[in-house]
Design a binder for this molecule. Structure first.
Ligand SMILES: *Cc1c(COP(=O)(O)O)cnc(C)c1O
Length: 395
């Protein structure tokens, strides 16, 4: 028998992935995340980041981080319920509440942690969590931590959502309907007005994860609730600070009573150290920039429209996207991975996204256009897509 510590059982699984062409290696960026940057030692146009507004290497965010380090140090010291908040944490949460037009906000160390902590804290045995079938992995994992029953409805299918509610609502105490605000792999927007109406009709709670809408949709990136003018009608809004905001972290926005409860029962808040002062300082600066001006979100949307129009004219299948997320759907997983490799050789870095991140047979590359790209960079990216797309008989 082989020695278990050789990890033979893991090696076998890796070999299976390799044979199926599904094994992924993680590249290394040689410097900051920019619209065009050095990756594995080679310059490429970066269409893989969620740095929608170009904030992650912005001078104002960097300066704010340095100032926060000088004032508060490098680390938070312990979990917040034990060591306490730093003033800078309080300041960020107050600012986010104003930005989101909600009573209160609690910041977590990541968007993932928001879902891991909040869903289980606000549901219990006897409840139902009703989730769009394409919801993000962190929602799925967050729901798994809850003792409530789980069910899914077909993607953005309001008739199916109502069917489930009609058939099962009476069997449960509370029902929590959860949706991504913007679906991360396809870029379509949740039908939030209809979801909220159904929730009100069947007396359910609503939970929207605005990871890809924070900094992107609504006035100055206030998210889908603002985009659809549903203020006050969504119970739990999750936002990430890791994507458009350019740093790291996440937050839950909602009623003050919800936030008070999460400070007592949100496990990542209770058992994981608070965000570093530098991250918090940068995020405060980013939110202030969004509150000052819509120039960043306007530039993002202008670039996104420009790129998407060109790609669809070329004949690429860009799916159902309504946002800057631009999937180029290829189908076969190995072909999507090959497409990405060839694009990198042609000077464009765009990651392949394959099963299990997206359903089998819908492998794709996902182009993330940002406010930081110039039209000239986008044109060069389009040229590379044209060349490789023709070579591989995709267009
Ligand atoms: C990216 C993402 C998250 C995770 O956010 P992080 O801040 O990166 O942990 C959560 N939910 C959705 C829908 C996401 O797209």
């Amino acid at each position: 028998m082989s020695n278990i510590h050789e990890m033979g059982f893991i090696k076998e699984k890796i070999d299976e992935l390799k044979q199926a062409g599904l094994y992924k290696e993680v590249v290394t960026l040689d410097g900051p995340n920019e619209a065009e940057c050095s990756i594995n030692g080679k310059m490429a146009i970066n269409l893989s980041s969620n740095n929608y507004l170009g904030f992650s290497n912005h001078p104002r965010l960097k300066k704010a981080a340095i100032e926060a380090i000088e004032k508060y140090g490098a680390g938070a010291g312990a979990v917040r319920p034990i060591i306490g908040n730093m003033k800078i944490h309080d300041e960020l949460e107050a600012l986010l509440a104003v930005f989101k037009k909600e009573e209160a906000v609690l910041v977590f160390q990541s968007g993932f942690n928001c879902n891991a902590g909040t869903i289980q804290a606000v549901t219990e045995a006897g409840d139902l969590i009703l989730s769009d079938e394409l919801n993000h992995a962190s929602i799925i994992d967050g729901a798994r931590l809850s003792k409530a029953k789980k069910a899914t409805y077909k993607h953005s299918d309001m008739a199916d959502l109502e069917r489930v509610l009609k058939e099962t609502r009476s069997e449960y105490n509370n029902v929590l309907i959860i949706t991504d605000g913007v679906f991360s792999m396809d870029g379509d927007i949740a039908k939030l007005p209809e979801i909220v109406e159904l929730a009100e009709k069947y007396n359910c709670m609503t939970y929207v994860d605005d990871a890809h809408s924070s900094g992107v949709l609504g006035h100055s990136g206030r998210g889908t609730v603002d985009h659809f003018d549903l203020h006050g009608r969504v119970d739990f809004t999750i936002g990430t600070l890791s994507k458009a905001i350019g740093v790291v972290g996440g937050y839950v926005a909602g009623k003050k009573v919800t936030i008070d409860w999460l400070k007592n029962r949100g496990r990542p808040f209770l058992f994981s150290t608070g965000m570093t002062p530098s991250a918090v300082g940068s995020i405060i600066e980013a939110i202030k920039m969004l509150m000052e001006s819509e120039e960043y979100t306007d530039k993002l949307w202008d670039n996104a429209r420009y790129f998407k129009e060109k790609m669809s004219v070329l004949g690429f299948n860009t799916g159902e996207s309504e946002t800057p997320i631009t999937p180029i759907i290829i189908g076969e997983e190995a072909k999507a991975i090959e497409f990405s490799k060839k694009l990198f050789e042609a000077g464009v870095f765009v990651s392949p996204i394959v099963f299990p991140t997206v359903p089998k047979g819908t492998g794709r590359v996902r182009c993330m256009v940002t406010a930081g790209h110039t039209k000239e960079q986008l044109d060069r990216a389009v040229d590379a897509f044209t060349k490789v797309g023709k070579e591989m008989n995709i267009i």
